[in-house]
Design a protein around this ligand. Sequence first.
Ligand SMILES: Cc1cc2nc3c(=O)[nH]c(=O)nc-3n(C[C@H](O)[C@H](O)[C@H](O)COP(=O)(O)OP(=O)(O)OC[C@H]3O[C@@H](n4cnc5c(N)ncnc54)[C@H](O)[C@@H]3O)c2cc1C
Length: 749
Amino acid sequence: MGQISGQTIAFHHYDTVIVGSGAAGLNCAVHLYEFMSYKGVKNPQERIVIVTAGLGLGASRMSGSDKQTYYKIGTSPDVPDSAEEFARTLTAAGCCHGDLAFAEAVGSLREFYHLVQVGVPFPTDSMGSFIGYKTDNDPGEAGSDPSRLRLSAHAEGLRRAFERATSAGPKTSKFMTECLQRQLERYGVEIYDNQEVCHLLTVGSAPLLAYARKQGGKRIAGVVTIDKKVLNESNYAINVFLGANIVFAAGGPGELYKASVYPKGQVGIHGLAFKAGLIGENLTESQFGLASIKFRWNVSGTYMQAIPRIFSTDATGKNEREFLTNFFPSMGKLATNIFLKGYQWPFDPQRIENFQSSLIDILVFNETQKGRHVFLDFSHNPTGNNSMEDFDINALEPEAYEYLKKAGALQETPIERLFAMNPLAIEIYKENGIDLYSEPLEIALCAQHNNGGFAVDKWWQSNIPRTFIIGEMAATHGVRRPGGAALNAGQVGGLRAAEYIVNFYDYSSEGKPDYSDKEAEITQQLSQFVSRLESYKRSAGLVPEEVIEEIQSRMTTSAAHIRELNDAGKALQEAVGLYEDIQKNGFKLQGRNGIIRAIQAEHLSLTSVAYLKAIVELLKLSSGSRGSHLVLSEDEGLTIDDWRLPIENRKSQIENHKSKITNRKSQIAVDRGQIHPDIINKATGKALRFKPENKELRDSVLQIEYDEATPDLFRCRTIQVRPMPADRKAFELAWQDYREGKIYMSYRI
Ligand SMILES: Cc1cc2nc3c(=O)[nH]c(=O)nc-3n(C[C@H](O)[C@H](O)[C@H](O)COP(=O)(O)OP(=O)(O)OC[C@H]3O[C@@H](n4cnc5c(N)ncnc54)[C@H](O)[C@@H]3O)c2cc1C
């Protein structure tokens, strides 16, 4: 305990402090305990702590889909897979470091079986084989473009059969957290719950040369939290957790967006991490897709494979419309694309043209932009109109029909088909007060995951020595990732960080960090922190909830799945203005938790500046549409006004439309793609048109770093992606490296 600026502050000392109790953080703690035990460290449980805003919060604990996917190396009994092949899939769409992808591949089965051992109920057959299926952006995915995936000839031959995806049901990641938590309880590792991380304590100064990183330079010495349960008007309930090693596993910044399927309250700590000097990568690569909004849940997989009717109403729930029918040439095509949304779940600009499944995402978005509400109706099949026949399961394209036939799901109605394929998918909504048998399910196009985050090396160590980043906070994915790869990356990252911490860094005999020579720095920061909290008590100032609302609206409008340089530039200036306003005017607090919301609003505001700055810089590089966002073009390109097909003479219109596309392909090297005349570019007032991907950028990664001296508060640079390691040593040499600890000689980011 210590008294600083009138506040009683509790100090806690550990070897390793982990922030976040999602699947990544809990798993890292389990591994730390296990590695320490193997090394003979006494009472490892006393050296590790998890600090979390909520054990019951976060994406792992609260999110899922019809069968939430875990992506690992294939375990099919008759189809071989390899780490190289797996890593090639992870890096296929570019902007992904080869060493990270390779480590995720190599560690994949070890971590999967680790989860099996702690009790996650991944299904097996009677011989014990773990059963798999294909997922989005998976080479086994039907319709995936092999040239994009750069598979070897061997893999190409097998591309339908890796079966890398598996699932323990809608709540896979929840089960993971529950099982890992139980393991930690058995080990006796302490979890401090209800701790909102509000400040990161830094000591020393940057920059640091890679070879000297172990000795000194800038360090993150600990985290400052407010205990949300104890906090009151006079007592800020401040805890300081000091650690020799810090592991950040605080998840993605879900609260950045208005349209979001992240669980409510998933703020993350990106703004704090940037301020502490951590470098971001690939922030531009978020993933967006269709999700239910009353209860936040992804409507991927069997929800769409059951082929529900999709309709919209006005704001009052009246004026029902089958808004998709005018955009597809036939019910067979429309229904097949609804089906395909199941495993082509994320919005993908490369799947809009020629009546592909992401046309549905954009049309849903367009409808909601008009103030209308969009629903999935599982009690009825899709309905036609004057020119489009009603649903007929026999008219589905072979891929969809064969899948449903094999799955025993050729029943009359979508709810019957869903029940046949996945009754748990119905159950999860029932648990949350929604009866899919009788109630249409409201959906929207939502932010779901950030492939980017903070830069890490092949041991998941950040640019600041002894600070590690794992889970969704780590920038380990590229432009595109197979569904389920996030959970695999989170587990492998925790394993790698734990192994490095235990085997590379020294232990003090008490298992506590020694910051005695940094006391003055720490005290000064804490007293500044308390003063900041005091300043929030002003009667004038900004209202935290309104600030968060402003950030979310701006991010969903200008930094989500549709982007344009001028608009993003304007949004960036507004975001910087808001952050400066907060610094100048502070907050006006409401209620007991007002101070927490104020802190969140402040660092979320800096996070939004970082994301917008990265987006602007990437757009300036003419990145084009990629991953899960499309980039608007103002130039003349191919005009596809006829995405809405005239009702009469539909077939010949399609042929005209197709030949128009073919004839003009040569003219559209740079710009192409208008989605629909109703979808307007705000800047030009004209129909929205989008740019193709600039594939030259696939070998680079955009980094971003906080710099308060620059007008936009951040500076960016691009770096080359690190290659996949190709050296394979003979056993004796590799063994020697291992014995001598040479495998832990890391290098800079
Ligand atoms: C709807 C949905 C479906 C998904 N489906 C899949 C899927 O099928 N397959 C897949 O691989 N991935 C999926 N994902 C992504 C995946 O669930 C997440 O990326 C993953 O669970 C993140 O785990 P994590 O441990 O990094 O973070 P989280 O599980 O988000 O945990 C973050 C932790 O940090 C804590 N925390 C946050 N902010 C603070 C703070 N300020 N102070 C203190 N603590 C804090 C939280 O309380 C929480 O304990 C899905 C995501 C969503 C939203």
